[in-house]
Design a protein around this ligand. Sequence first.
Ligand code: XIL
Length: 361
Amino acid sequence: MAMHRLAAAALAGSVLFAQAGCSGPRSPASPSTPGVPSAIPGMQAEPLRNAAAASGKLVGAAVKSSLLNDAVYAGVLGRHFNYLTAEYEMKWDAIERSRGSRDFRGGDAIVAFGQARGMQTKGHALIWHGSVPGWLAALPAAEFRAAFEAHIKAVAEHFRGQVVAWDVVNEAIGDDGSIRDTIFRQKLGDQYIADAFRLAKQADPQALLFYNDYGGEGLTLKADRIYSLVLGLRAQGVPIDGVGLQMHVNAASRPSDANIAANIRRLVALGLLVNISEMDVRIRDVPGTTQVRLDVQKSTYHSIVGICVAEARCDGVTLWGFTDAQSWIDAQFGADDPLIFDEQYAVKPAYYGVLDALWRR
Ligand code: XIL
């Protein structure tokens, strides 16, 4: 958001869409949604989810329940996506702010929004060092295991039948390739990863269970260690169904297409599904004009989404948001425009990259 506040909106394509929305009759591919101004450019564009469905893929977005009451946000989301992830409302610290008292309202609202629109929901994330409630960190060791087990059981049982998949363990491998030294490892040993999958399976036998991480998209050391981890889990009979590759990439220094494809192939060869789980594409480091940056972003989305579309065992691609008006990137990496709709919900070139890839063209 705000890298070039008006640059994207000033693109010729956006202006054309805006004009079509103001003046022309609606095409059959652009049904009206009650409460959503038809002039919103993202409401005129061809639904991504139609293209995804034609290719048998999921196309998802991470969302915040508080924004679902915004008619424009909700309208564009429902028009284009068939898969939802809670950006933070299904995480442990969001659900159980004080011990034993669980608040599922945010997650429930996201599930209900999806159910009303034929969208599926992925649970995210049962065990993550980034969402440890304060009370948990302060627990004596003896009570830690009980809290760990109770959390997975309660949350996965609550959402049983409501989510089709869970990110069971998130980011357990460190950037140096070792098992990250989180509170879970310290209190429970490396075994916590396998335990989390077994507990999730008991609580929700139908959901697909994923290991999810970043920095393991190409053939990096970290990707090798993620591969070894899931290979070991499979060998032990741990119920893991797939690997989520987050895909928070910098267009100026991203993993190559060849390496991403090779990494996905070796995971699939283990019998696992792959899900691209949190994609966004930063462009501030790409040299050149705004138009050049946006074109590089488009080609990045196009080739990476295309790799998933070409792989039968890649179930789909979720974006970590969908509009540059709402993205975690600015706070984490500095001002950028990493998503496929601009701040005014006009389609960016990147939208066409995703659309074309989903159509296999
Ligand atoms: C981030 C959300 O975007 C933020 O809103 C939240 O405060 C912290 O978490 N990897 C993940 C996601 O698996 O859960 C993170 O989401 C981004 C990095």
